[in-house]
Write a protein that binds this ligand. Structure first.
Ligand SMILES: Nc1ncnc2c1ncn2[C@@H]1O[C@H](COP(=O)(O)OP(=O)(O)OP(=O)(O)O)[C@@H](O)[C@H]1O
Ligand SMILES: [Mg+2]
Length: 258
């Protein structure tokens, strides 16, 4: 269970970042008073455009970033006060986490397995299962630096699941994957959901949100613009497709900002 309660995250910008962003403001409010709950046995999808705040929300949930305001509980543990316990129960995947280029997927899997306190037999059993499922065996002993981006993504996925976490936090999990592997990943997420795990993902792919997610939260400029099942969102926006609903909300929201 993930309970986000009035989360606000403000980044302070360095002079260099201010120049790059061509702004005079030295702060960015990436997430603005956002509350949501993701329950066991469901896949919650955070859908939003580039820069909406998806990665920021997920990094806060994963206890890697400290909220500026509000709080987050993961299986009852506070992400600031109890980050150790939070990290034990979560599997976190993001594009920014890089596996060490010198080592092989097999080595990295073992390394993270031991870090989570698994014994060698348990690691072996998990490796067999996950490497087989994601088709990693063919390149499990190659150096990470020799792998394609899709292969790296598959290896990162497997590594993030080594300890069979209860709560799965995946930032754009199908990023860079071909349709076969992407389907593999989304099918696996459904399997985890059906085992009763809590799954939260971010995406900007409408069909992924439509097909995969039990509930969708549309985030625009750090604000949760709407939340619900696909059917609920379509009804409330009087649209027939998620893409249309998204544009409706986007228009409304950018008007509010003007
Ligand atoms: N470390 C940081 N320092 C300063 N600003 C940041 C930092 N990380 C993100 N931001 C800003 O916060 C806002 C939200 O960024 P975030 O990465 O959470 O968006 P996102 O929804 O994940 O976007 P994308 O779809 O491109 O991955 C953006 O304006 C971004 O420029
Ligand atoms: Mg992101």
């Amino acid at each position: 269970m993930i309970q986000i309660n009035e989360l606000t995250k403000v980044y302070k910008l360095t002079k260099k970042q201010m120049m790059e962003k061509k702004t005079k403001k030295n702060m960015v409010k990436a997430v603005d008073n956002l509350s949501l709950t993701a329950k066991p046995g469901e896949i919650y999808g955070l859908l939003g455009p580039n820069g909406a705040g998806k990665t920021t929300v997920l990094r806060c949930v994963a206890s890697l970033l400290k909220p500026t305001g509000g709080d987050i509980k993961v299986n009852g543990f506070d992400t600031v006060k109890d980050s150790q316990n939070v990290r034990k129960v979560i599997g976190f995947l993001t594009n920014e986490i890089k596996l060490d280029p010198q080592f092989s997927p097999r080595y990295m899997f073992g390394f993270f397995g031991r870090l989570h306190g698994l014994d060698e037999d348990a690691i072996e059993e998990r490796r067999e299962k996950l490497f087989d499922y994601f088709g990693i065996k063919d390149f499990q002993d190659k150096k990470i630096e020799e792998l394609s981006s899709g292969m790296k993504q598959k290896a990162s996925l497997a590594v993030s699941l080594v300890h069979d976490p209860d709560v799965i936090i995946f930032d754009e999990p199908t990023n860079g994957l071909d349709i076969i592997t992407a389907r593999n990943v989304t099918d696996y997420l459904k399997l985890l959901r059906d085992e009763g795990k809590t799954v939260i993902i971010s995406t900007h792919i409408m069909t992924e949100a439509e097909k995969l997610c039990d509930r969708i939260g549309i985030i625009i400029s750090g604000v949760l613009a709407m939340e619900g099942t696909l059917a609920e969102i379509l009804e409330r926006t009087s649209t027939k497709e998620l893409e249309d609903a998204f544009f409706e909300l986007y228009k409304m929201h950018s008007r509010e900002e003007d």
